[in-house]
Design a protein around this ligand. Structure first.
Ligand SMILES: Nc1ncnc2c1ncn2[C@@H]1O[C@H](COP(=O)(O)OP(=O)(O)OP(=O)(O)O)[C@@H](O)[C@H]1O
Length: 471
């Protein structure tokens, strides 16, 4: 007993050991805090916690959710990015990234993002879940390849797969529905991906000058479409709608697309067929678009071969048919496009609108116009007296003027587009001057039209006389 007592370290030795250990730990902590950058500190701390967490929960299971899936944006990753910042109470560090890239609207609500290596917890039906966003630099991803880790107890793995991920995407969808800023995507051929920017077009059905029956048809159809999930399912049809907007340039086709997007709060995917390599590429590009969106293919009559070969001299000026048709002959075929509109398109995604615009409907292949492909065809035409008065009310804030009568008569006589009218109305806020300018424009057009008619008549008379002479 006495020898044991002799071997035990003295109190002063224990105290001195404790002091040395504390000093080393303090030194280590100071070095760690002063030298190691904050981001790496969080990372190392996370790793240490991870180590203990996994040994404490040996039956844990981790889902890895990468930013890309099949070379396109992973919807589950996107949903997590949207949903997780709403779980403020689950944040381990109490920190969130806040920012906005919308330089045009400084009052816009900034976005929230999860910082890298920050842990965030969620509860789903009593199941404890841990999310972490990671980033690794690789040769292909110099800005970091991002992925989420979602950890839960192994026993709940199946429930998470069947129920939690659906809950996640639905929650993200609801959050996005409330978010005001819409996006317009354009396809970048070089990087083979959609690039987005904020969509700030303010045209609505109220500011679009169209005949009332067109406006009512569109609004009723869109309302029926947005509430029609069960109906489309019950009749075995995909929840999609196709519109063909056709008419001369400057009659408001693009403005109508903007009005539809703002009304439905749908993002727009603006696809230039020229940037598509082939039919396979087209399918991949189109299946990578999100639900609740508009796929816009403008000037389809200038887009594929079948429509352009029969160009008249007049229409050739509009869309350079030779050039476009050649490119598309080698790239996207009409059947590829139709397959997508009808076939594959029907089986992927839901709540989608596809809009084709064309200058000349008669140049389109009848196959594209077949019922079921484009549900509604809308002619965006030259100005009518109603459209003229609507534009004046919008731009000059008046609903009567002494020049209305002569202008309305000329509007019925010559072809003037709403774009030409708005250009005149924007010259000045003085209604007298603006309307006089518009009247002059219409008079010039009338004179030109009369000269053209006279030339044609003279030509016909000459031809007739020559024929008589030859006889
Ligand atoms: N119906 C309309 N109501 C209000 N503004 C219009 C209308 N049509 C045209 N405009 C005005 O003219 C401009 C051009 O119109 P828009 O681009 O929508 O025509 P478009 O038919 O799509 O032409 P394009 O075929 O050349 O693309 C718009 O920015 C808008 O200011």
């Amino acid at each position: 007993m006495a020898s044991l007592y002799n071997q035990a370290p003295s109190v002063s030795a224990v105290f001195s050991l404790y002091t040395s250990f504390s000093a080393i730990m303090m030194l280590f902590r100071t070095i760690f805090n002063d030298i190691v950058p904050k981001r790496y500190q969080d990372y190392i701390t996370g790793k240490v916690v991870d180590f203990f967490f996994s040994s404490y929960l040996p039956s844990s299971f981790t889902f890895v959710i990468e930013k890309e899936w099949d070379s396109v944006e992973n919807i589950t990753f996107h949903a997590a990015e949207v949903y997780l910042p709403t779980l403020l109470s689950g944040l381990s560090t109490g920190k969130l990234l806040v920012g906005s890239s919308n330089l045009k609207n400084l009052e816009a609500q900034p976005k929230l993002r999860i910082p890298i290596d920050t842990k965030i917890t969620d509860e789903f039906e009593g199941i404890h879940l841990e999310w972490t966003l990671h980033s690794v630099e690789t040769k292909n991803f110099p800005n970091g390849k991002r992925f989420f880790h979602l950890t839960c107890e192994k026993d709940f793995c199946k429930k998470i797969m069947t129920e939690y991920f659906t809950y996640l995407t639905k929650s993200a969808d609801n959050i996005l529905r409330q978010c005001e800023s819409l996006k317009i995507y354009t396809y970048n051929k070089e990087y083979s991906c959609w690039l987005s920017t904020n969509f700030e077009h303010h045209t609505t059905f109220e500011t679009l000058a169209i005949e009332s029956h067109i406006k009512n048809t569109m609004i009723d159809d869109l309302d029926a479409f947005s509430q029609g999930k069960d109906f489309f399912k019950s009749v075995g049809r995909a929840w999609k709608r196709g519109y063909l907007l056709y008419g001369p340039p400057g009659t408001g086709k693009s403005s109508m697309v903007a009005a539809i997007a703002n009304y439905m709060k749908y993002d727009i995917y603006d696809l230039q067929l020229q940037s598509v390599r082939d039919d396979g590429d087209l399918r991949r590009i189109l299946t990578s678009t999100q639900n609740r969106s508009i796929l816009l293919i403008e000037d389809i009559d200038c887009g594929y071969d079948a429509s352009c070969k029969r160009q008249t001299k007049e229409t050739q000026e509009d869309c350079e048919p030779e050039k476009d048709s050649k490119i598309l002959e080698e790239k996207v075929s009409l059947s590829g496009l139709l397959n997508f509109v009808d076939g594959l398109w029907s089986s992927c995604g839901e709540e989608r609108i596809i809009i084709f615009t064309a200058k000349h409907k008669e140049k389109l292949d009848p196959a594209l116009l077949r019922p079921g492909r484009m549900d509604i065809h809308i002619l965006m035409d030259y100005c009518t007296p109603f459209v003229f008065k609507k534009l004046v009310a919008l731009y000059l804030k008046i609903d009567d003027h002494v020049l209305f009568d002569p202008i309305e008569k000329l509007v019925l006589k010559v072809s003037v587009t709403p774009a030409e009218v708005t250009q005149q109305l924007m010259v000045t806020k003085n209604a007298d001057i603006a309307l006089k300018g518009l009247l002059e424009l219409l008079e010039t057009k009338t004179m030109e039209r009369e000269e053209d008619t006279k030339e044609i008549e003279d030509g016909d008379t000459r031809k007739l006389n020559k024929m008589k002479k030859d006889k």
